[in-house]
Write a protein that binds this ligand. Structure first.
Ligand SMILES: [Cu+2]
Length: 66
């Protein structure tokens, strides 16, 4: 699944988002990219869980069409 993740400003934000995603149950891997403001998540987690988690962390997130 690919997500648009807004308000990431630096490498610290990227690491923060990546750590939060990989802490979620069902997430196998998360690749977060600052330049394209996106996150690619592999696993069996529900997209809404990702969106809620990152929104709560201060990064407005939405599912991106393939
Ligand atoms: Cu930052």
């Amino acid at each position: 699944m690919k997500f648009k993740v807004e308000k990431m400003m630096c490498g610290g934000c990227v690491n923060n988002v990546k750590t939060r995603l990989e802490a979620l149950e069902g997430v196998d891997s998360a690749n977060v990219d600052l330049a394209s403001a996106s996150a690619e998540v592999e696993g069996s987690v529900d997209a809404q869980v990702i969106i809620d988690t990152l929104n709560a962390a201060g990064y407005p997130t939405s599912l991106q069409d393939e």
